[in-house]
Design a protein around this ligand. Structure first.
Ligand code: ARG
Length: 411
């Protein structure tokens, strides 16, 4: 009788490589490896061979950069998501996509289990578990690193016993995760939140101190809230992100030092590099400010915060996200136009915006000739608008006579 199968989200690193023989020996399962390219520095064929060499019965790879950008990053950008006001959710957004691929392979292979390499302390376990079972509630999730009690040294020895190639290079003290939307760094000296991150933790960004003495400018073209071009050239979104990561990263833009609140209740210190995300979020917000009315902007901010928490918490595949997208969608129909951003010494500053749907009317805003606004109308507006405030003050009886007086001089 053939053995039951498990689809393992496979990165090619030590943990997920050790998980292959571990799942076979401890759980009696045949392991099907699944590797998804979301823009991390990975050679898919090398990873595939390593999975097979580690004992996987099959190894799937998928280039999902376009899918990640279009179906996960774009909706998040339209919702301006920033967890706790600072983190563009790069890692968090990739997890449901990987989960969806795991489920697809599980269906194809007739697997009844899925597995991932996350530990029991982080957010990613929550996201993998919820996105796989949220799509396929019949699948059971196994997290080997949540169960085994191996230290890193024991894992290396386990790998050696099972003929798994372990890179001889000295392991960095940092734990990193990368995709198109950003790079995260944890561990090592970063675990002391009182200490400034050393320069060595950064991989994508030039130090703002060493950045060029002259600013760079980029112009992002948006259509319905989605970036569609850079500096006058149309680009698929995933390529636009890659290019902007390089341009903004070389100007030192996108470094984030976050004292973060994890889903599991732990506070952790996270360093991120998100150059393209930083620029695009600034640019998108600036365009919205130009084309959306005040009340929509104001209400949308509360939706954005809820959206960010939901993504962070692993609830991408949920009725709430569908409902929030139902709100965000119609707000984006006029978010088209161009935004110019100045990149200089670590800062991204919006310096220009234009849109065919601009609500900015020079004839109303100007203080020069051509002003069509009727300032005399303001007095009556303020009289009515201020009525509750004056009534409130009046009933305190502080100056009843004064508050009873109409503020407008009788004509
Ligand atoms: N703290 C971030 C998040 O929860 C980054 C996690 C990075 N994950 C990792 N496996 N290194 O989204």
């Amino acid at each position: 009788m053939s053995r039951a199968k498990v689809v393992l989200a496979y990165s090619g690193g030590l943990d997920t490589s050790v998980a292959i023989p571990w799942l076979r020996e401890e759980k009696g399962l045949d392991v099907v490896a699944m590797t998804v390219d979301v823009g991390q520095p990975v050679d898919l064929e090398t990873v595939r061979q390593k999975a097979l060499a580690s004992g996987a019965v099959a190894a799937y790879v998928a280039d999902a950069k376009r899918e990640f950008a279009d179906e996960f990053v774009a909706p998040a950008l339209r919702a301006n998501v920033l967890y706790e006001g600072v983190y563009p959710l790069s890692t968090a957004l990739a997890r449901p996509l990987i989960g969806r691929h795991m489920v697809a392979v599980a269906r194809q292979e007739g697997a009844s289990f899925v597995a991932h390499g996350c530990t029991g302390k982080g957010n990613d376990q929550v996201r993998f578990d919820l996105s796989t079972t949220g799509l396929a509630p019949d699948l059971r999730v196994i997290a080997p690193a949540r169960e085994w009690k191996m230290t890193r040294e024991e894992e290396v020895a386990y790998a050696a016993r099972h003929g798994i190639p372990v890179e001889a290079t000295k392991k960095s003290p940092y734990s990193t995760d990368e995709n198109l939307w950003g790079r995260s760094v944890e561990c090592g000296i970063l675990e002391d939140p009182a200490i400034e991150p050393p320069e060595e933790v950064y991989g994508w960004t030039t130090s703002p101190l060493a950045a060029p003495e002259a600013p760079a400018y980029v112009t992002v073209a948006f259509e319905e809230g989605r970036p569609v071009g850079l500096d006058g050239r149309p680009l698929p979104f995933h390529q636009l992100i890659e290019q902007l990561n390089r341009t903004a990263g070389s100007q030192g833009v996108g470094r984030i030092d976050h004292l973060e609140s994890r889903v599991v209740g732990i506070k952790s210190r996270e360093v991120y590099e998100c150059p393209a995300a930083t620029v695009l979020l600034e640019a998108h917000r600036a365009l919205e400010a130009l084309v959306l009315p005040r009340d929509v902007l104001d209400f949308k901010r509360s939706v954005e915060q809820r959206y960010a928490n939901l993504v962070y918490d692993g609830l991408w595949f949920s009725p709430l996200r569908a409902a929030l997208d139902g709100f965000v969608g119609p707000t984006q129909t006029r978010v088209s136009g161009d935004v110019s951003v100045k990149l200089f010494k670590g800062k991204a500053t919006v310096v220009g915006r234009r849109s065919p749907h601009s609500l900015y009317q020079t004839a109303l805003a100007t203080y020069s000739t051509g002003d069509t606004f009727r300032p005399e109308m303001s007095e009556g507006f303020i009289y009515v608008w201020g009525l509750p405030a004056r009534t409130w003050a009046a009933v305190e009886g502080k100056d009843a006579a004064a508050t009873a007086r109409p503020p407008i001089a009788p004509s």
